[in-house]
Design a protein around this ligand. Sequence first.
Ligand SMILES: [Zn+2]
Length: 321
Amino acid sequence: MTGWTERSAVLACREALARLSRVDPRAHEAVDKALLRESHVRARETLCTDEHCCRPAVASHVLARSVTLGPLTENGHLVMPRAKNGRIDYPRVGWKRASTFPGFCSHHEQMFHVFESAGSLSTPLHHQLQMFRSATRERWRIERSLSDFQAIETLRMEQIDGLDVSDDEREQLKNALEGPLSALRSMADIQWSYMVHVRNDLRAAINAGRVSKGLLAFSDRVEPNVALSGNTVLTVNGRASPLVFVTMPNAGQRLFLIATLEEEHHWLDGYRRRFASTAETRTDLIRAFQMATDHWFARISWWDSQSHEARSQLSAGLLAI
Ligand SMILES: [Zn+2]
């Protein structure tokens, strides 16, 4: 579900960076290290995402550790995709550290204990809390991408300015990077604003003790192998609409959660009819979700049983600069 425009911008960006590394390999590595350092500093400085809170954020689990990741864990580990230098690999990760982000302070993190202590997500309130947490994580992820794009642009332009090349080549190197970076920034801006609104709708429903019209939940009894949380943009009747999605093990079943804006709820029924009707369509849906986010975790034995082709298909859907 990654859009074609986004895919081509990522590829163009990668190409521009590869060209730059050929012209200037040593500075290229130094800039990569500087970008990494900067992202570590940002992670340490993150505050709680509650608008009225100034406490530092702790590492929050997007997908509850014991309820969601525990049932998929084998020998304390899960498989997850990792994007590095434009390539995807699938390392094993310890389940205690999987699926964390600096989202909430220890006080606001308490609001999710209601289903963590119950041992399952069994009410619409639990579903909404999960989607609120997922939308918060997606907003954080998009903000991180936006500052990454900013840092890439600043540091790369400085690098290009310092190169011993002709003015023509300098101009070409700059243009090759500026165009796709600006396209990626515009797309991220739109997604960021979608996540803000989906999150606001969910919070309003949670605070009022009602169920959001933009929430869809269904489950089946097939053994779960994957847990994930992400977002994408759907085009329904020519109109773009945000979609936050989660699938996870829940009390031995596969639980599917979808959230959109309340005002966009009109497509949810059709979506349910299309994807929730059989075990096969639900499994296809998980695969589509896996291609739309790199934030997924799978049972090791299931991953090992997947064909080479199935794995390559998933990797082709995931792209990183
Ligand atoms: Zn807080």
